[in-house]
Design a protein around this ligand. Sequence first.
Ligand code: AMP
Ligand code: MG
Length: 499
Amino acid sequence: MDVRRGLPDDYEMIDFDAGYARLPARFYARVAPTPVAQPTLLRVNGPLAELLGVDPDALASSEGVARLAGNRPFEGSDPIAAAYAGHQFGHFVPQLGDGRAILLGDVVGRDGVARELQLKGAGPTPFSRGGDGRAAIGPVLREYLVSEAMAALGIPTTRALAAVATGESVYREEALPGAVLARVATSHLRVGTFEYFAARRDHDAVAQLVEYALARHYPDAKDDVPALALLDRVITAQAELVARWLGVGFVHGVMNTDNCSIAGETIDYGPCAFLDAYDPKRVFSSIDRGGRYAFEQQPRLALWNLARLAEALLPLVTDDEQEAVRLATERLETFPARFEAAHAAVLRAKLGLLAPREGDLMLARALFDQLAAGRVDFTRFFRWLADAAEDDAEDARLLALFPAGSGFPAWLESWRARLRDEPTTAEMRASAMRRASPAFIPRNHRVEEMIEAAIRGDLAPFERLLEVLARPYDDQPEHDALAEPPGAEQWSYRTFCGT
Ligand code: AMP
Ligand code: MG
């Protein structure tokens, strides 16, 4: 049904501000989305639309779907594909850029925050490098679901405003239904954006990026040298982000510098996955053969990416190169302590330790050794630990997660002894622990099931997962099946890049 038939010609479905397109022409290519055969709606994110001040019904109408698919321009938008470079698996690629994403402009939400709206899978751009500029329905719904789950978990992330099917096939290993994701980020600035201009020795452009990023993301950053102010803030944002990932068992999978956000948001949900059984060395991505982006490597890799940002910024720090290196290194050296502090806070919350004590991190480390040795399900364990914090009748269930002869019973005793130092009641502690450890994460086997169903045209599993994952910290007994870990046959689960 077309609820907006007879729209006035000047009707603006979304009130766009010029954002990135205000920067000089060499920062991007002007390019419009390529129309598709037969756009149909997969989903509109009602609450996010409301936050952005956009009418969700208008977006869901045939007029809205035509715009989301790129078949009609959004009035007031100024579509561009951004230029960026990046280190991919350690190797520098001087030109990547938006090869299948088109940035429509800024939308200022009801919360006063400016966000960029991008259509991903909207057709080729000058940065497509032989790619088709398109996306298949699987990766689109996966990004929609996982990014919205991250948002509900309270972890900084890009968000999904809508997804539409194109009515066209995209050809990967097989023909798959095509789709376009409308994605929102406070910005799509990446470490790779800075690297692009630094590699071209375009210091003026890097300086403009610094100014743009500071004004947009860190307006209160204080440092006499703007480049150092920015570096400092991105270091903090990334340290906190990765600590939050580790707290929910998230493996990003492709932490290349072009996927490392200046705003500190989780971006580019390609081969990402959540741990089931705890394994610090776990890798899901089929292309990550060396385990570069394994679960426990993520803090180290974030720092590696930040070092690339620092290098790109060096010419702006001071003319004395050695001094510039010294100042940037000084900032980079703060990363481990910032990460450790953020990670310690995450771990304490998961263990119900509200009043920090020396030895807490040793206690956490001892637990992780047990979880790894027993291949214990990460999410389930911490949720059940919260139950045990309230009532030791729940211990039996927890103990049963570990193999016979494990050191876990001894650990449980030392944890209980430590809890005696805590000022809170058992009830308060358990409820705080449940806010730090979700009952529901996007389980890999459920995400795969959802995608298989969507390819067959059945969106019910997608809708159900979205609904449950919107409240990940709440027990939802009627959806317990979605909290279940996969069977052992899923332990070799692999993901593939969403291209
Ligand atoms: P990603 O691995 O998704 O971060 O993408 C890395 C680079 O490849 C970016 O420049 C993307 O725009 C580009 N890219 C990925 N998939 C496609 C595609 N299907 N068509 C064109 N460019 C693509
Ligand atoms: Mg990317």
